[in-house]
Design a protein around this ligand. Structure first.
Ligand SMILES: NC(=O)c1ccc[n+]([C@@H]2O[C@H](COP(=O)([O-])OP(=O)(O)OC[C@H]3O[C@@H](n4cnc5c(N)ncnc54)[C@H](O)[C@@H]3O)[C@@H](O)[C@H]2O)c1
Ligand SMILES: O=C(O)[C@H](O)COP(=O)(O)O
Length: 744
């Protein structure tokens, strides 16, 4: 009748995530100069070189050479053909190995429920199970991954259309393979990361999509990877029509992603928070040094003179008018200030802030920091004092910004705060433009309160052409280059690719932004309880008459462990899922469970009871109590009138162990029939034979009673759903007082 599969819940394997930190190459001056060309800033050539207009003949020739739209089409078709031809060997490889992974990856583990199933069975299961894990990415290998896949949104085969029947064995194998996800990459991502993605999914790199194009495309994508340039708004989530499962931010700042909307739509957001830390810190130091020594301004000044000269003097044309080459050799104008001995205030002592602090200490600066959430001992460890906001900005010679853009930090540097700064302060911003009121900064620069600013980030990117801030001669700018080193971009690409692939496989990402991060070992341990929690929720809601009107649910966890040793967020999410999903069309996962419950006016409270059992297993039992509702099965109501169900995990299998006041023991592997009856001989045989006659397989049966020959509840686990007639016959057994069929 039953089989215990103790192997099913084996431990998880995680590859170590790649968080190697790279040193960065610095090409600062060239960038500053290049970007400044677009703005009429200080140091730009006043007399740009004359541009000779083409003659009408030349114009004719040029337009004659221009290909017609027909020609352009033909050329791109040709290019496409060329590309296709070049790819032939790759296509062949893909046919043999359709998932783009080792062929062994196509075969599920023998303990996997999909093992040995037909393609259709495989398709059926894959909506709740993860795709076959890809070996090149970190993954939870067994049940932990499987359980979590039902907590997160994973690939649904209905998202993938199968267009033709397999003709050969290879094609049949291809048809058995898990469906491939589609991942849209909307901004430049490092090749190494793309390689990781391509092994797992169809990757669509569309780097110049308008917002409208993005909205039009997104409903065909399972994941979206962005950097800071793509605005992932509510409109995008709406346009995704439920298909988008993960948004990966290839970087730290997630202020361009509408997290509230993502959460409401059950879409996981992950970021790559570590790989660009050093690059950003180095850029902060680069900007500070360059600003202090007027590197960018001096460079632009000298070059402007040379550009002017080259405009007049074209040596190759035979004439050259040498200009006053030394007039912009302005050694007195660009005298800078020293860093050594100066006070630097690091605003936001997180990953980047602390690396900036460490480097500034090395330059001989006195470093203070302000961060309401940073632990003082971490600051002390690198010789930094944590101080109040006012003290930091009031005493610093240099202020470097490293806090995220949030409603609290938006325009935190404004007229009022600039007024509190030391006159002649210098500001560096490699965090987010929005933390500064840019108009106020221009005023502070004009008045001399702020001597100089070095900015990598802006409220609007790119800033408007007439931006006074960009044009200000005391401002040094770069076009959001903090994370732009080869090394950081490689690291970020791998970090985000692994997180996105992992999430699509149903794993809980360590860098989840809008979902609780549950460590892998906790997850592995909780896996069978996750299943139990969802099943208890599902059973409980079916016992509520009319299936609605629930206002509150109490969950009681009995455990030998202390409250700090038991993370119940996953379990709560799964109970919520079990309760809400059967009565609404809302898809619930770990991301949106709490939000959806709140939105539906459902209060889920939790209680922990310490029991004297072995702390080896995290939980002894889970109880679900639903008060103030009518039960369609009176036997499920406790003396206090609440519907009460209790479950336990036995040998890795979830069991129903209490219904109302009756102790039972039914494995929750199939559906359940509950019968309340007068305790008397022959009941099990009676009901069993009714089910047997209709070929309904019983996988478990247990009876709990209040006392001998009194009332009893029979819990029967059945593999199939009995038809109406069969259920009616059970109800007609004379000693049966009531019964209910509960599907799982
Ligand atoms: N220019 C770039 O290319 C670039 C590159 C990397 C990071 N960044 C940006 O730099 C910022 C910091 O990145 P990180 O990786 O260090 O993040 P982080 O989360 O490690 O650090 C941010 C710190 O700011 C603190 N903070 C929050 N609110 C604050 C407030 N009101 N006042 C002071 N501190 C506050 C937090 O406690 C945290 O310690 C982010 O905005 C990120 O987007 C920019
Ligand atoms: O928040 C970040 O990680 C940085 O601002 C980098 O942004 P980018 O990926 O657009 O360079």
């Amino acid at each position: 009748m039953r089989c215990f599969n103790t192997n099913q819940y084996s431990s998880i394997t995680l590859h170590e995530s790649r968080t190697d930190i790279y040193k960065r190459a610095w090409n600062f001056v060239g960038v500053v100069r290049c970007w400044r060309k677009g703005y009429r800033g200080m140091g730009m050539p006043k007399n740009p070189p004359p541009v000779r207009k083409p003659t009408s003949r030349q114009r004719q020739r040029t337009s004659a050479n221009r290909p017609t739209s027909r020609q352009r089409q033909r050329t791109s078709a040709k290019r496409l053909k060329l590309r296709t031809t070049k790819r032939v060997p790759q296509c062949q490889r893909i046919r043999i190995n359709p998932a783009g992974v080792n062929s062994t990856d196509l075969h599920p583990h023998p303990s996997h429920p999909r093992a040995g199933k037909s393609p259709s069975a495989s398709r059926h299961y894959s909506s709740i199970l993860p795709l076959t894990p890809n070996r090149s990415t970190p993954h939870l290998t067994t049940s932990a991954s499987r359980s979590v896949s039902s907590v997160l949104k994973t690939l649904d085969p209905s998202d993938v259309s199968i267009s033709r029947r397999p003709a050969s064995e290879a094609e049949a194998e291809a048809a058995c393979a898990p469906p491939k996800a589609t991942i849209l990459v909307s901004e430049k991502l490092g090749e190494v990361g793309l390689d990781v993605l391509r092994k797992f999914a169809h990757v669509d790199c569309s780097y110049s999509l308008s917002h409208e194009d993005l909205c039009a495309k997104i409903s065909t994508c399972d994941a979206l990877i962005v950097r800071s340039g793509t605005k992932v708004t509510r409109e995008v989530f709406e346009a995704a029509k439920g298909r988008l499962k993960v948004v990966g931010r290839a970087g730290v700042g997630i202020d361009n992603v509408d997290l509230q909307a993502a959460t409401e739509f059950g879409c996981l957001v992950v970021n790559a928070p570590t790989a660009n830390t050093i690059a950003a810190a180095e850029h902060g130091i680069a900007l500070m040094s360059a600003m202090a020594r007027n590197v960018a301004q001096a460079d632009a000044s000298i070059k402007s003179e040379y550009w002017q000269i080259s405009g007049y003097g074209m040596k190759h044309m035979g004439y050259y008018q040498p200009g006053p080459t030394t007039s912009k050799w302005q050694r007195n104008k660009y005298v800078g200030v020293s860093l050594v001995g100066k006070t630097l205030a690091v605003m936001g002592f997180g990953k980047v802030g602390s690396e900036v602090a460490r480097r500034a200490k090395g330059l001989g600066m006195h470093v203070i920091a302000h961060d309401p959430y940073a632990p003082a001992d971490r600051a002390h460890a690198i010789g930094v004092d944590l101080v109040s906001f006012d003290k930091a900005i009031g005493t610093a010679d240099f202020i470097s910004l490293h806090m995220p853009l949030t409603p609290t930090t938006s325009k935190i540097f404004n007229d009022d705060t600039f007024a509190k700064m030391k006159k002649g302060v210098r500001i560096i911003n490699v965090a987010r433009g929005g933390v500064i009121d840019e108009d106020a900064l221009v005023r502070a620069l004009d008045s001399g309160v702020v001597a100089q600013a070095a900015l990598d980030v802006f409220t609007e990117e790119p800033p408007p052409k007439d931006s006074k801030l960009i044009q200000h001669e005391n401002v040094t700018v770069t076009p959001h280059l903090g994370a732009s080193t080869k090394e950081a971009q490689e690291g970020v690409a791998v970090e985000i690719a692994e997180a996105v692939v992992g999430a699509l496989n149903g794993e809980l990402a360590a860098t989840a932004v809008n979902a609780p991060m549950v460590p892998a070992e906790v997850l592995s341990e909780l896996a069978p309880y996750v299943t139990l929690a969802e099943k208890l929720g599902k059973l409980a809601i079916q016992l509520v008459a009319g299936g609605s009107g629930i206002k509150s649910v109490k969950v009681v966890y009995k455990s030998a462990r202390g409250p700090d040793d038991l993370d119940t967020r996953l379990l709560r999410a799964m109970i919520t899922k079990g309760i809400i999903e059967p009565i609404s069309d809302t898809f619930i996962n770990l991301v949106n469970a709490d939000f959806t419950a709140k939105q539906k006016g459902l209060r889920i409270s939790e209680e922990r009871v310490t029991v004297d059992t072995t702390p080896d297993s995290p939980i002894d039992s889970i109880e679900v109590h639903i008060a103030n509702v009518e039960s369609k099965f009176a036997g499920a109501s406790s003396e206090s009138g609440e519907i009460v169900l209790e479950g336990k995990v036995k040998y890795g299998i979830p069991h129903l162990t209490r219904v109302g006041s009756f102790g039972v023991d039914a494995s929750l592997e199939g559906n359940v029939i509950l019968c309340r009856q007068i305790d008397q001989p022959g009941m099990i045989g009676n009901v069993g034979s009714i089910l047997g006659e209709k070929n309904v397989n019983v996988n478990f049966m247990s009876v709990g009673r209040t006392g001998m020959r009194q009332h009893a509840i029979m819990a029967i686990g059945v593999d199939e759903e009995p038809d109406k007639d069969t259920l009616k016959k059970i109800g007609e057994v004379p000693a049966v007082e009531e019964f209910v069929f509960l599907s799982l």
